[in-house]
Design a binder for this molecule. Structure first.
Ligand SMILES: NC(=O)c1ccc[n+]([C@@H]2O[C@H](COP(=O)([O-])OP(=O)(O)OC[C@H]3O[C@@H](n4cnc5c(N)ncnc54)[C@H](O)[C@@H]3O)[C@@H](O)[C@H]2O)c1
Length: 356
């Protein structure tokens, strides 16, 4: 039976991938040890999702081990070897801010964990497609050096700049910039995934995410800003804004649209290729604009605290240029608008509140 390995299977992107691939006839083996709980506390645990997927999908099971455990990975990959058609690697320490607390943990999970997975794929199923969810933080704070204009509600790229219309493309340098500890560990993984495509000729692909979001995110202040903001609006928790007068802009993509793009790559892989992937200009919004949307949707005022100090290296305005992805995969497009995404998150949070 065609088999997919999904790391981080209980996380936002992993769980969407598990459902998506199961619906398309894959047997899916997840690898997720609920390390999100270690990173962000009990409220961010993804164990509930692993249990839910196991209970509802007959061809899915989750392996509860760490991607840093090369022996466990080798055993699993040897067991399924040539059945494995796809390795979708989404497990990570995903937070910019958390990484500085434990750089060793961050690097060994993000960089060494990725190398482990590449290597067991090369040894046991070299023909499989290997997809890695990287991040726009690999560009470090270079996007902040673009000519930016402060508008009433948001920061914007200057209209006469080539990036204004479609956003930032993959030609932006990842060198000589402040990456943050997290950005650096993701750069290491990102480059290694490209290299296994170029050097070893494996079918690897790198997707540099903007803000990936959706109703399945286990909200945490340090990761997943939109889900966290909506959660705060619903339960009355105070939301903290860090710098840039709350006008920092993010482009938001629903986990379904993201996984659908990865699936297009799987069907026609281009070894070693890199894509920027977020919601693009249409799904971009500033924090202030998102707060307004949250208040309109929940009918509640969101209490906020503003601190002048921005998060180190935080982007002021980041919008992904989707043109390269669309030119390689013309059948793919964004299907969920930002208001739709927010409505789904609110509905999911409300559901949790009423069943709690
Ligand atoms: N969410 C975003 O806004 C965003 C933006 C850009 C890039 N990304 C990248 O996309 C990927 C998926 O992000 P997400 O939002 O789904 O994250 P998530 O935290 O929701 O899911 C990651 C999952 O990986 C698991 N995990 C972590 N370390 C592990 C380890 N050592 N061994 C096994 N399992 C482990 C966690 O328990 C969690 O369930 C990550 O690589 C992240 O860096 C996310």
């Amino acid at each position: 039976m065609k088999t997919a390995i999904v790391t981080g299977a209980a996380g936002l992107i992993g769980s969407e991938s598990v459902r998506f691939l199961s619906e398309r006839g894959f047997r899916v083996i997840g690898i997720d040890n609920d390390m999100r709980r270690y990173f962000f506390g009990d409220g961010a645990s993804t164990r509930w999702m692993a249990d839910k997927l196991t209970a509802t999908l007959p061809e899915f099971h989750n392996e509860n081990f760490d991607i840093r455990d090369i022996d466990a990975l080798s055993k699993l990959f040897a067991e399924h070897s040539s059945d494995i058609e796809l390795v979708l690697h989404t497990a990570a320490q995903p937070s910019h801010d958390w990484a500085a607390r434990e750089p060793l943990t961050d690097f060994t999970v993000n960089a060494n964990g990725t190398l482990n997975l590449l290597e067991v794929t090369r040894r046991h199923c070299p023909d499989a497609v290997f997809i890695f969810t990287s991040t726009n933080k690999v560009y470090g704070d270079r996007p902040n050096t673009l000519p930016l204009v402060e508008l009433e509600q948001r920061w914007e790229i200057a209209e006469d700049h080539p990036y204004y219309e479609r956003g930032i493309d993959e030609s932006m340098s990842i060198d000589s910039t402040l990456h943050s500890i997290f950005g650096a560990s993701k750069v290491a993984a990102d480059v290694m995934v490209q290299e296994y495509g170029r050097y070893f000729g494996m079918k690897t692909g790198v997707f540099r995410g903007g803000c990936l979001t959706g109703p399945a995110h286990s909200g945490a202040e340090l990761h997943g800003f939109l889900a966290w903001l909506m959660q705060c609006a619903i339960d009355g928790t105070r939301y903290r804004i860090y710098g840039y007068r709350g006008k920092q802009v993010r482009d938001n993509i629903h986990s379904f649209d993201l996984v659908n793009a990865l699936y297009h790559f799987y069907q026609a892989p281009r070894p070693g290729e890199v894509y920027n992937l977020g919601g693009g200009r249409d799904n971009s919004a500033s924090l202030i604009e998102c707060i307004k949307m949250a208040e309109d949707m929940t009918g509640k005022k969101l209490e906020t605290t503003y601190t002048d100090k921005n998060r180190i290296g935080d982007h002021i305005c980041y919008i992904s240029d989707l043109a390269k992805l669309k030119s390689h995969y013309p059948d793919w497009s964004i299907t969920k608008s930002l208001p739709q995404i927010c409505e789904e998150i609110v509905a999911a949070q409300d559901g949790k509140a009423t069943t709690a």
